[in-house]
Design a binder for this molecule. Sequence first.
Ligand code: SF4
Length: 288
Amino acid sequence: MEIIRAEKMGFCFGVEKAVETCYDISKKTNGKKYILGMVVHNKDVVKDMEKIGFEVVNEDEILDGRDNLKKDDIVVIRAHGTTCEVIKRLKEKEVKIHDATCVFVDRIKEILIKREEVGDEIIFIGDKNHPEVKGVISFGKNVNVFKNLEELKGSPLNVSKKYSVLTQTTLNKEKFLEIKEYLQKHYPNAQIFDRICGATSERQDATKKLAKCTDVMIVIGDLNSSNSKKLLEVALACNPNSYLIQNENELNLSIFNEKMSIGITAGASTPEEIIKKIENKIRGNFNV
Ligand code: SF4
């Protein structure tokens, strides 16, 4: 038996930083500590955060005044950021804000603000219900959000206006290139900024590569995490023996035998500790 890891898997840079921020804070303070929303889309990680003293507070609770935040409580803003309205409320409450917004998300926000200052209208490609998109566009004055090329085509732009085009960090690169081609052809007045974060596509490419050459693929991640589900989809397309599991308790050892090569991959919010537990359980059972 051979266990092979995907070349890129597990925590991305931004998620790692957000989780480290929480651990650092927990070592330094015993006061009330909150995470804004799920710091990471993984229930096991959220449970770990609760064990080290964090509670979850949601944006809606803050905006509706239903939160229990008090002056000097600590609030960690998750990797995908939040809206300017939520930040304003947190400041009014005089809580201590630890902003763990990923630098890639912050960069898009900065470009948006600067381009509006020089008079451009903003075209934003992404899912308007995603917390990252809600957060970034909240810093603009009048941002037009389109989910995909079809939506963009359905709403013709003005050829005499100046546009800046920005995207969600996790937009699919191929879809981005289609949009870019369309805009360059029809709207040379649009300046396109490519700030897509490679973490998602790198994990998908590595999963595809590994799934093709292994007998079984194990995708480790939260069953509700969209990026883990996408990894499963990619793996299944190359290898029907692919499974998504959340942790070692869900591992069904009867699907393996000692001659198999087993590929392992993990979503961007899956911690190393869970990956190791799963590998060790397989190794322990088959003596490898
Ligand atoms: S997926 Fe990319 S943009 Fe999002 S937190 Fe991770 S590194 Fe940052």
